[in-house]
Each structure stands twice: as C-alpha cells, then as structure tokens.
Design a protein around this ligand. Sequence first.
Ligand code: GCB
Length: 579
Amino acid sequence: MLYPQLNGQRMLTELNGFWYFAVDKDNNGEEQQWQYGIPREREIAVPASWNEQFQDLMYFFETGWYETSVEIPASYQSELVWLRVGAANYISKVWVNGQYIGSHEGAHLPFEFEISQYVKCGQKNTIIVSVDARIKSDRLPPGDVEDEQIIGFKGQYPNNYYDFFPYGGINRPVYLYSTAHTYIKGIQVQTDVREKEAVLTYQVQLNQAFAGSVHVQLAEGIADQGVADDEGIVKGQLTIEQPRLWGLEDPFLYSLQVELLKKETCVDSYRLDIGIREVELIGEQLYLNSQPLFLNGFGLHEDFPVLGKGMNHAVIAKDMNLLKWTGANSFRTSHYPYSEEFLQYADRQGMLVIGETPFVGFVRSHYQNDRIRRQAKKVIQEMIVRDRQHPSIIAWSLANEGDTFVAEAGPFYKELYDHAKALDPSRLITAVNCVDIEEDQVLQYFDFISLNRYYGWYEQAGRLDEGCDMLSKKLDRCFEVFQKPIMITEFGADAVAGLHTDPPEQFSEEYQAQMVLRQYQIIANKPYTIGAHIWAFADFKTSQTPSRVIVNRKGLFTRDRQPKLAAHYIKSAWNKHDG
Ligand code: GCB
C-alpha cells in the first residue's frame, strides 16, 4: 500500500487533531446506533493512544469510538476519494455518513477504503471509527494467555502477555486523499548491483487496465515507458551506470517518478524514494555494499509519555538523533512494525533496520490455532508489501521469543518463513529466540540466529563475571550447533536513573553500564557474530507487575530521553575512531 502523497495529480488532507471520543465499555456501541453519531463525551487527540490523555482511560481496554466531520473540497468530486488510517490498535470499523465502510484487524499496519460513493463533496461528512482494544489470546501480540510456560507475564495488569503497555486508539495519522479513477496501486522495485552499474527491475500495479502509457523515470536520461497488461501491470528495467549507492555515510535516495499518461495528459503520478544497496551474508559475515558490517544498536519501542504509541515527528527526530549520538548504525522494530514515518526517516538518515512482526511470546495453543496462522500470514503480507521498498530495512524478524521448544513451533515458523521469503526473496529473515538452543525447534529454518540473553540479570543475577562467562560459552555452543551467523538482539540490565552503587549492584547505573559494555565486547569479538543490540534504547511503559516500576528500566536513556551512564560508555565504544 502506497503512502499518501500530495502531488500534481493527487490531493491530500490530514484529518489529525481533535476528534470526539466515547467510551464503549460494554462493546455494544453499534447496538446503541453510535455509527450514526457517538455520544460527544470528550475530545481526544489523533494520532495518539487514548490511555495517557485522560486518567480514567489509562486502564481502558474495551472499544473506543472516534468521530470527526470534514468538509470535503468540491475539487474531489471527479476523483476517487480515499480514507486511510496509519494504524489503530486493534480491530477498527469505519462508517462514513452512517454507512458501514469496512474493518481492519491488527494494531500496527495501515488500512484504507475507497469511499467516493459515500461522501458528499463540497459538504460536511461525518467519519466514525470504532477501535476495539480488548486484550485477547488470539490477537497479535497475544494477551490473556492461559497456557504460558516461560515468559512469566501471567497475572500482570493489564493482562497482556508481553512486556510493553498495550496502548489503545488511533496511533498513527489519518488521511483523506484523492486519486484518478485509474490509479497507481503499488510499485515494486528490485535493484541488482553489478560491477559498474545497477539494474532496477520495476513492477507498477494499476487498479485496472489502462489505455495509455506508463512512464517511469529515475533521473535525467534514465527512463522507460510501457503499457499496462489486462491486469494493469507494467514491468520493465532501468540501468544505472555508476550508481550512487545508499549507505550509512551517504544515504542517497533516488526518486522514482511514475506517471500514467493519456495522450499528453498525466492522469496519475507517484514519487517513490528508493535506495540502491546490497546486503549479503558471506560465510559468517554481513556485508553492506561489499564492506563488512557489524550491527551496533538497540531494540526500541514506540513509546513516549502522554503520546503512548502515538506517532510523533519530534519523538522520531529525537530518537534518531540519539541513536546517531551513541554511534548506533541499526535498530530492531521490537516488537511490531513501526510507523511509515519512522522508516522513511531511517532511509534518509542512513540507519539500518530489522523489521519485526508483532508475534511475541507465542505458546503451543497459538501454533495449533488456524486463525492465528492465517492472521500471522496476513500481517507478514501487509508488512512486507508496505515496507519492502525501504533501503533501511535489511532483514525481517518473524518472532520475538515464545515457547519455541514445543514440537508444533517448528512447522509453524517454517510456514511463516516460506511465506515471507516468497514475498521478499531479497532480504534475510530471522526469528528471535529466548529458550535453550538445545531444545529450540525453530532457529534451524532461519537465515541467521537471533538471541535474547540476560546472563548477569535474570540469570546469574548480580554476578557480572559469571554472567559474562556464561554469555561467552553459550554463544560458542550456539554457533557449534547451528553453524550460522549469530546476532544478539537483546542483552541488558535495568537501571534506575540517578541510582548509584559501588560496587555495582543490580538497578544501579554502574551495574548497567559495566554489563552492557563488557557483554558488548564479548559479543563483538566472536568471529561468527553479526551484531549486538542492547535492550533497550529508552525506558518504556509496561503493565503493572512486581518486576517493573511503572516502566521497564533497561533503557540507556530514560523515558524522556536523558542519557544514563551506560549511554556514555557505549557512545565511547561505538565511536572509537573519535579517539
Ligand atoms: C525480553 C523481551 C522484551 C523484554 C525484555 C526484558 O526478552 O523480548 O520484550 O522487555 O526481555 O526487559 O525483560
């Protein structure tokens, strides 16, 4: 699905701001006819999670109803009109002027509807969206899990089964936009870097056959023209001599301009930023544009006070700025697909990303559940189709933790791996493990191994030397078993900002600083590792449970993004060339 764009042929209106909001605590708003107009209890900000905007909504995990009205410009009259929501947690239903338009399941990916026949251009229109944020075992990520074995989140409040707060609401921007009746639905690009040139293979998907030509241009003199087939598909290739490659130091983006031309008139157009770059695993080493690469970075969360999981440009800018300040070159979108705005920014800033699904903490009953399997495949499809053009994304992660020692986990994840590989053969695919590798049923199927390890924290608690020894031994054993490159996707320690102890003890800034630095060095010095991501970038809100003090404090930055001691230690390790 293409990101909405204002250009010579497309109009675009943001519907962000204050919307009316009503609490539907019995989840029966439709029976009360709220689709025709909600009780205007209060106004709430969009995009942003509802939880931290009002005290009484902090622990509200039922259905929230949103309503806004918009006067659609008369100029939209002759066009197709689209309503697009960047993401809403979890099941959304949409009505326009009282007419049911459609629904979408899933918390982190966009959905859109063509609403032309339901709107009145030049007049006011009412848009209503209900968002059902209930926590359930068959949602992604799952909550309220009965048969949990290892993770230990059972009984926390709210009853999600993962270590981040299940913020509800419309978390990403809402747009109204227009296209022509024949329009560009998707653009897929694959680049192949050769010795002195790059070949760009493109496929443009129109919504229908088109009796005109499709013009594709990358730069002055690098252009192609084709005709769509009966299905509205146009394919072709462009050759770029001496291409300027996308990289960490020079994240150069070409702008691919696609135009639908009828006689001399441009009917629709779209500009897609693309980067030409090559990521490969050769032996146990990762390469970017033929240069060896070690992934230094973090697991992040989309999380900020008041906003919850609401997309905010300033927070994205701040996070990217701090990532760069530490010297990080990469992050994982733990534990769900991040906003499109974040990924676009990563493309422009030269930051590498492992894009993760929201499949967190699956247990046996999930592997046995057909609905989960279908929904998981749908999420993979939506995520890859949304994100595959980002040069910043170098790999997909199809799981974070879970009971991967049960026999059913193997075939389940093999199926997901094959599904993702068919959608995107160009990228590496991993799954993140937290169980004993001797018992794991899943890692064998993936391109590289990802491990979350907390030696010296949950195990060998308070004993840093023992934790470091254990990490080193377990890494060697893991390589011995799988003979594949290994990435440590999580290691770290909680630290309460301002708490100091000598000698270093758990929860002090000193303990965290020593742990991440020592363990980073162990990981980075193994010949078969390709990266070390510290958990976590910043403190983030969790459910209430005795092991968390409002937030998870493994951040190297506080929740409001101030550095702890460990951030300074890591900054010097990752910026050695600064002297
Ligand atoms: C993990 C999880 C992450 C948690 C972290 C922790 O292994 O992947 O979601 O937040 O541990 O702090 O316990």
